[in-house]
Design a binder for this molecule. Structure first.
Ligand code: GLC
Length: 549
């Protein structure tokens, strides 16, 4: 087994609650998810990432954990989780679970114990306490739409406790080694069950120090290195994925020297792909890629277009954020905290060409692509559902009752199925798209299959090219065996591209979907014409043109 499997993976992010309801209670569950693994496998997915499914008051959709070592009763039993892991592994699909390291629910026994324990005791010190709410004034508020302070008063403890997210989610105190030990025990529990990877939620905030922003502190990195050492001591072929919504240099730090996380989300790139598309100018993308430092050989970027959260604009300048709001979230209802709570298809007004372009970039830029459930069929969102629930609605399997998600009465569903005329389950569903060869679902399958035939996408180097037409984004991906040329038109009109490919003179571009041979590359700029939002992938092959393909 290849220890670097995550470099060649295609990850699918799903929510047990939203995927498939096997019991008819209106809530998705593990047996339902297991029953739908064939669908995930057919899509070409090699790793399935699940949102938190642990016992929880569900005030933050499960990111408020009350028991790390069990399953929320609505989603099933531990035995069913084990059966799910086995079934996924039988299909060569690895599983990636959440390790919410930064905070717990206020219902977690650790917090209940802490608030009753005397100040200064080990139990109290599982969380961060203060007699005033004025400590750490330099620290920003993340959930700015709901929280006014990072401190909340606890009447039992008679102290304030620290929380970077909702006030019902007290932050664990990772400066206390007993906390790190306890989290490592949780990590071991799931890895012992065969889980292949853990997404470390909200990692920049683990430790706190006076006079700092309390983000990306050296002490936090030391904690992560310790977790990694523990992982490597006992387990092999496992992976840690960092959720660090930070600037490029600060995200880079979560790889350490290959001794922290194996993967980290490329948060800076994601919003800039959307920005470049609307500006019809590649600069936002090339600039951020140029600012992305090299990472250790054993590490990998996790690339994504959309996820379960708002499209975060936190790491953009005020001007960039204003631009994004104006162009992608004209209706204030679409905005949340510092971001936009919309799915992929509605963001681009359901323009199939733009959806394809963004996915073609997702699958060809350096890193491992993550597809958010439902985006492969172009599902819509419901901006009226509150918080981020509008992008977590039931998966649309068919045009039948509840979109084929559940037998329950519609009112019993944990959230209504999308039912508007454009994105509703009558118009957008798996069953219909299975039957239509030109559907987005089939197109996505073909894209993933093509990527999976070429290791260069997950492993190769990146060389940006700069044709004089800035509406065109072009780059080479290269490894010892292959060179691939990607050329994308970020605009809504036909564009010419003159690309300097002198370094590849003599090679013959072969378009990878249709295996069409193009004229051999010479010493003059290579000229291509690109349709609106076109994205072409070429393999550059050796040898006389007439011997190729
Ligand atoms: C992460 C999750 C988000 C959650 C937050 C607090 O950012 O992605 O969904 O609300 O952590 O737990």
């Amino acid at each position: 087994m290849d220890p670097l499997w995550y470099k060649d993976a295609v990850i699918y992010q799903a929510h047990v609650r939203s995927f498939f309801d096997s019991t008819g209670d209106g809530i998705g569950d593990f047996p339902g998810l297991t029953a739908r693994l064939d669908y995930v496998q057919d899509l070409g997915i090699t790793c399935l990432w699940l949102l938190p499914f642990f016992p929880s008051p569900l005030k933050d959709d499960g990111y408020d954990i009350a028991d790390y070592l069990n399953v929320h009763a609505s989603y099933g039993t531990l035995e069913q989780v084990k059966a799910f892991i086995r079934a996924a592994h039988d299909r060569q699909i690895r599983v990636l679970f959440e390790l919410v390291v930064n905070h717990t629910s206020d219902q977690h026994p650790w917090f209940q114990r802490a608030r009753h324990a005397p100040p200064g005791s080990l139990e109290r010190a599982f969380y961060v306490w203060s007699d005033t709410d004025t400590r750490f004034p330099e620290t920003r508020i993340i959930f700015s739409d709901t929280e006014e302070s990072n401190w909340a008063w606890d009447p039992v403890a008679q102290q304030f406790y620290w929380h970077r997210f909702f006030s019902h989610q007290p932050d664990l105190n990772h400066d206390n080694p007993a906390v790190v030990d306890a989290v490592i025990e949780v990590m071991r529990f799931w890895l012992d069950l065969g889980v292949d990877g853990l997404r470390l939620d909200a990692v920049p905030y683990l430790c706190v120090r006076d006079g700092t922003s309390n983000e990306n502190l050296p002490e936090t990195h030391a904690v992560l290195k310790r977790m990694r050492r523990e992982l490597d001591r006992t387990f092999s072929h496992r992976m840690l994925l960092a959720e660090a919504n930070q600037r490029p240099a600060d995200v880079r730090a979560y790889f350490g020297d290959g001794d922290e996380c194996h993967m980290a989300f490329h948060f800076p790139l994601m919003p800039r792909m959307f920005m470049a598309l609307r500006q019809e100018d590649r600069h936002a993308i090339t600039e951020i890629l140029n600012r992305t430092a090299d990472i250790p050989d054993t590490c990998q970027w996790a690339l994504f277009l959309r996820n379960h959260d708002e499209l975060t604009l936190e790491m953009m300048t005020d001007d960039e954020r204003d631009y994004m709001y104006r162009t992608y979230a004209a209706d204030p209802q679409m905005r949340l905290n510092h971001g936009i709570r919309r799915r992929l298809a509605p963001l681009v007004d359901n323009n199939r060409r733009e959806i394809e372009l963004l996915n073609a970039l997702l699958c060809s830029l350096p890193g491992t692509p993550i597809i958010y459930y439902g985006d492969e069929i172009g599902m819509g969102d419901n901006i009226y559902l509150g918080d981020r629930n509008g992008v977590r609605t039931p998966m649309q399997w068919s045009a039948g009752k509840n979109g084929g998600f559940s037998h329950a009465e519609p009112g019993e569903l944990f959230a209504p199925v999308i039912s508007d005329p454009v994105y509703g389950y009558h118009a957008i569903n798996v069953e219909a798209q299975e039957r239509s060869p030109l559907s987005l679902l089939h197109w996505t399958r073909r894209l993933i299959a093509l990527r999976q035939r070429h290791k260069v996408f997950g492993r190769g180097s990146l060389e940006l090219l700069y044709p004089s037409n800035r509406k065109v984004l072009a780059y080479l991906r290269r490894d010892a065996d292959e060179t691939v040329l990607i050329v994308a038109n970020l605009s809504n009109s036909v564009q010419p591209a003159e690309i300097d490919l002198k370094g590849c003179a003599g090679l013959v571009p072969v378009e990878m979907h249709g295996r069409t041979r193009f004229p051999r590359i010479g010493s003059t700029p290579y000229v291509l014409t690109l349709g609106p939002y076109a994205c072409y992938w070429f393999e550059l092959l050796q040898g006389p043109a007439d011997q190729v393909a």
